[in-house]
Design a protein. Sequence first.
Length: 427
Amino acid sequence: MTMKLALIGCGTVGSEVVRLLHRQETDLTSRIGEPIEIAGIAVRRGGRDRGDLPVDPSLFTTDALGLVNRDDVDIVVEVVGGIEPAREWITTALRAGKAVITANKALLAEDGSALAQAAVDGGADLYYEAAVAGAIPLLRPLRESLHGDTIHRVISIVNGTTNYILSRMTETGAGFAEALEEASALGYAEADPTADVEGFDAAAKAAILASLAFHTRVTVTDVYREGITEVSAADIASAAEMGCVVKPLCIASRDGDVVSARVHPAMIPREHPLASVNGAYNAVFVEAEAAGRLMFYGAGAGGAPTASAVLGDLVAVARNRRAGATPMPPTVYADLAIRPMGDVLTRYHVSLDVDDEPGVLAEVASVFAAHGVSMRTVRQSGRGHEAVLVAVTHTATDAQLSTTVDQLSKLDSVRRVASVMRVEGEV
Ligand code: NDP
Ligand code: HSE
């Protein structure tokens, strides 16, 4: 017997899936117990030269749905991305009882529960290890290895492009635009870097992580999102003075029956395990009741690393299929509420351009106090019209901080609220 695979998409990830399938053919056959054969490869541009890809050119088609519907196809690998028509291909395959492997974080974060339902209806496996943090084995540890434990918090760096940009800003003192240019030249940032630098990519991953970690439904619209475009060289320098670095964080946490998921840049102490994750690397720090603190680290993107995760899923679903195992979808039994961002507690670094005159500090402090925000440290640098006042607060809600900042910006003595950034971890 041979298991037949439909590959939908043959770009950065798909072409590496083809290469890895070819290179690992003998081992994969031994691990699965029967050979895997590519039944067809769907692409957008059928006539395109695919270079030295080790595959019969007659396998290419532009009719993805036709390929999915072929009777001889057992497993569908979707590595195109986007919402439609990927949703149609995946649900069609699952309802027909075909196992699906996808790297499509955007679709999973928007409509993961509908995909899971299609998998249940069709009695088919739906695996998506590559959708979050590329090569890093993370989703199956969350949905299997840690299934007996209680996860309280997942704090992570899941976007390589933004981690690269902030790392370069830290290392070289460069501004955001210069570091982005460098990331583009090296091929980390896409032609349109919006999904990365505005946090959309990480927000989709946050929804997937929070759903799996807390066994509840979290979609991308539940995730608070803030990009890194406003992070300045001054923020990076101010973080360094506090013994911190600025990182593009993705934080999912559970407190009783409420979960929160948020994506934003934040200052973290240099001693925090995530502080030393630099360049385009990803890392995920899990805090669990019994297991304690766990860290997963590695390449979060790139053709070959992502294809490794896809092939891991492929072996798993092929073995399940051979064994006639009943698919076991991730458990979604906890109907947890989503905490609005305004109620989320954290600490803040607030930088104000002020006039260096008697009484200014007292005036600023009274605004913090009036909104119940306790100041932990205050530091002033410069004189006269160049004075900068940096306050770091104790824990406060986002709503308290917003009203405080709003009031501060109205003071005559405050020329500008230069920046507001969250501070995570003990400083
Ligand atoms: P690419 O843009 O490199 O490749 C997309 C592929 O899809 C191309 O082969 C393209 O065809 C094909 N395609 C596009 N539209 C259609 C269509 N309508 N019908 C059939 N085929 C189509 O994307 P990536 O490989 O980078 O990403 C694929 C998925 O993997 C996405 O979901 C992405 O989020 C995810 N992912 C990517 C990572 C990465 O590092 N690149 C990391 C983790 C996840 P053609 O070749 O003819 O243009
Ligand atoms: N654009 C993403 C990143 C690719 O920079 O991490 C992986 O999802």
